[in-house]
Write a protein that binds this ligand. Structure first.
Ligand SMILES: Cc1cc2nc3c(=O)[nH]c(=O)nc-3n(C[C@H](O)[C@H](O)[C@H](O)COP(=O)(O)OP(=O)(O)OC[C@H]3O[C@@H](n4cnc5c(N)ncnc54)[C@H](O)[C@@H]3O)c2cc1C
Length: 387
C-alpha cells in the first residue's frame, strides 16, 4: 500500500500498450509518473498488432524499438481481395512498400510479446512507480487531479492520463460522454502455422460479413482476424481444431497451404466509440479510452501511439502541464487524425456489410482507383502509415 496522498507529476491509468508507452514517454520527458492498472494478463487470445511507421518512429525515439523488432514480421506487401460476390468486383489491389521507398509498411507482433517487452521497459525506467491496483475514483480541481485506488490510498498529480480502454473511468469521472455503437460482427482471432511462405504479405479478403485478414508473423506463421456475423463467429470459435483449420484454408483459398491453429482463440464483438473532446479538467484521454473501431487497416493502436506522442510533446516545458491551455493544444493536434480514421474505418466496414448496388459500385470503383491511379495509390499507402 502506498502512503496516503502520494504526489507525482503525471498519473497514468491503464497499462495496455498505450498506457505503458505513455508512462515511458512521460518519464523520459523528466516526469515523476505513477502507472496504475492491474497486472497484464499473459493470454493474448491469438491477437497481434501491426505497428506502422508513425508508431515505430516514436518507439525508436523512446529507445524501445530495438527490443521489439526481433519479435516482429515485416509487412512488405498488402493485398486486398474483394470476395463479396458483388457485380462490381474489382481485381485484387496489391501494394508494395518499395513503391513509397520503404522496406515495409509496418511490423506485426503478438500483443502478449509487445506488452511483456513494454512492461520490462517500464520496470527498467527510472521515474515510474508501477502500481497494480484498480482505480476506484478520480476527482479534479483547478490545481490538481486525485486518484483513489482500490486499497483506499490516493495519488495526486497535475495531469491524469486516461489510458484505461473502452470503459474508461477517467473519461466518465471528468464527464466526457462517449458515443458508442455496435456492428453486427464479431472477430475471431488466432495464430496459424502454415506450409507455404507468406512472403511478408498481408492479405485482406473483403467478404459480405467483413474482412478475413491474414497478417505475417516470424517464420511460417500468421495471425488471423476473421470478422463474421456474431452467430457465425461464435460457431467458428467453437469448432474443433481440424474443422476450423479446414474452414480457414477454404476461406483463404489455400493461399498459405495447409494451416494448423497454433495460438489461443479470441472472440471480440465489434463496436465503435467516439468522444467529442479528449481533454477536460486536468484529464487527457489516449488510446481506446478516446476512440475505438473495428480492426481494419491496422489503425487502432497506431492512432493511440500518436495520441501519446502528441500529448507528451504538447506538455513539454510547460510549467503546469495539466493546465487548460496545454490540454487545448493536445486536443487541437489530435482531433483531425482521430475523426478521419474513425470515419474511414466505419465507412469501409459498413460498405462491406451493405447489400446495396450503389454502395458496392462506390467501393469497387474506389478500390479500382486506388489500384490504378499512381498518385492516389501513394497517397493511400502513406495515409495507412499514419502520415
Ligand atoms: C482483433 C483485433 C486486431 C487488432 N489489430 C490491430 C492492428 O493490427 N494494429 C493496430 O494499430 N491496432 C489493432 N487493434 C486495436 C488495438 O488492439 C487497440 O487499439 C489497443 O490494444 C488499445 O490499447 P489501449 O492500451 O488503449 O487499451 P487496452 O489494451 O484495453 O488497455 C486498457 C488498460 O486499462 C486498464 N484499466 C481499465 N480500467 C481500469 C481501472 N479502473 N483502473 C486501473 N486500470 C484500468 C486495463 O487493465 C488495461 O491495462 C486490433 C484490435 C482487435 C480487437
Amino acid at each position: 500500500m502506498v502512503s496516503d496522498h502520494k504526489t507525482f507529476d503525471t498519473l497514468i491509468i491503464g497499462a495496455g500498450p498505450v498506457g505503458l508507452v505513455a508512462a515511458i514517454g512521460f518519464a523520459r520527458a523528466g516526469h515523476q509518473v505513477a502507472l496504475v492498472a492491474p497486472p497484464s494478463t499473459p493470454n493474448g487470445f491469438g491477437r497481434t498488432v501491426a505497428l506502422m511507421k508513425s508508431s515505430i518512429d516514436y518507439l525508436a525515439e523512446l529507445g524501445l524499438w530495438d527490443a521489439i523488432q526481433p519479435n516482429t514480421a515485416p509487412l512488405a506487401r498488402m493485398t486486398l481481395i474483394d470476395d463479396t460476390g458483388s457485380l462490381f468486383r474489382p481485381p485484387p489491389a496489391m501494394f508494395n512498400a518499395s513503391e513509397i521507398n520503404l522496406p515495409a509498411f509496418g511490423y506485426n507482433i503478438e500483443v502478449e510479446h509487445l506488452v511483456r517487452i513494454l512492461e520490462s521497459a517500464v520496470t527498467a525506467q527510472s521515474g515510474i512507480i508501477r502500481l497494480t491496483d484498480t482505480v476506484e475514483a478520480i476527482s479534479v480541481d483547478s490545481r490538481s487531479a486525485t486518484v483513489t485506488l482500490s486499497d483506499r490510498s490516493s495519488l495526486n498529480g497535475l495531469l491524469v492520463v486516461g489510458a484505461d480502454g473502452r470503459k474508461s473511468k477517467v473519461r466518465s469521472a471528468v464527464g466526457i460522454t462517449a458515443k458508442e455503437w455496435n456492428y453486427a460482427q464479431s472477430a475471431l482471432t488466432t495464430v496459424l502455422d502454415h506450409t507455404r511462405d507468406h512472403h511478408d504479405t498481408s492479405t485482406e479478403f473483403h467478404t459480405r460479413e467483413g474482412p478475413f485478414t491474414l497478417v505475417p508473423l516470424p517464420g511460417k506463421r500468421s495471425s488471423l482476424v476473421w470478422l463474421a456475423s456474431p452467430a457465425r463467429a461464435q460457431m467458428l470459435h467453437a469448432l474443433d481444431e481440424r474443422s476450423l483449420s479446414t474452414r480457414i484454408e477454404a476461406q483463404s483459398q489455400s493461399l498459405l497451404g495447409k494451416v494448423r491453429i497454433s495460438g489461443q482463440r479470441g472472440l471480440v464483438p465489434m463496436a465503435g466509440l467516439s468522444v467529442s473532446v479528449i481533454t477536460r479538467h486536468r484529464a487527457a484521454l489516449v488510446g481506446e479510452a478516446a476512440h475505438a473501431f473495428p480492426p481494419i487497416g491496422a489503425q487502432g493502436l497506431n492512432l493511440g501511439m500518436r495520441d501519446v506522442r502528441d500529448l507528451v510533446r504538447s506538455t513539454a516545458n510547460a510549467s503546469d502541464h495539466g493546465s487548460a491551455d496545454v490540454l487545448a493544444n493536445y486536443q487541437r493536434k489530435r482531433s483531425r487524425d482521430i475523426a478521419t480514421r474513425t470515419r474511414a474505418v466505419d465507412t469501409l466496414n459498413r460498405s462491406l456489410l451493405s447489400p446495396l448496388l450503389p454502395v458496392d459500385f462506390a467501393r469497387g470503383f474506389g478500390l479500382l482507383a486506388i489500384s490504378t491511379v499512381k498518385p492516389l495509390r501513394k497517397f493511400v499507402m502513406r495515409q495507412g502509415l499514419g502520415a
